[in-house]
Design a protein around this ligand. Sequence first.
Ligand code: ACO
Length: 170
Amino acid sequence: MASETQLFSADLISPKVLEALPKGYTARPLQRTDFKEGHLDVIRDLAYVGDITEEQWTERFDLMHRCTGTYYVVVIVDQNREGGKIVGTGTLMVEKKFLFKLATQGHIEDIAIKSDQQGKKLGLRLIEALDYVAEKVGCYKTILDTSEEKEGFYEKCGYEKAGSEMHHFF
Ligand code: ACO
């Protein structure tokens, strides 16, 4: 069961991923106190974040928490690190469809490993952890958008190229 303080149940964290992580690292659901653990500093390495206060961050956490079964944010934690201990984060968003006999599809979003922690297979473990959640909650597949230079990483995680991305800004 999810609690007030964690986004979803820790039972959905893959035991195989926990075992495969380097010593001193763990993976867990995002927690309501993770602003202080450096969650935003990790996604700042991925894209523009802007000035977000702890209160605003917590409101967003609470909103995601209320959308039961939709948002699964997994974080990778370096337990020995001084200060913010989060070194990786990624999101699975679960979409309920009418298509394909009421299928459930997962969207992988906002994958980031802190720049000084890249190259230790943490990104691979993060995707494995999100894919495990996706399978457990009934997704028939997961999809994602990425840039050409990151395609090799996702191929290493078992993904295949399919389709092309389009966007429309407002
Ligand atoms: N191109 C090709 N192969 C790659 C790349 C790449 N850009 N990056 C990693 N790999 C390979 C590694 O060499 C490794 O291969 P191996 O098993 O043969 O040794 C394998 O992929 C796993 O690599 P990891 O060590 O797990 O990668 P890392 O922990 O550094 O994480 C990530 C990769 C997430 C892309 C990281 O570099 C990062 O956070 N970058 C900045 C943010 C970013 O671009 N995120 C992705 C946005 S797309 C999205 O969010 C859906």
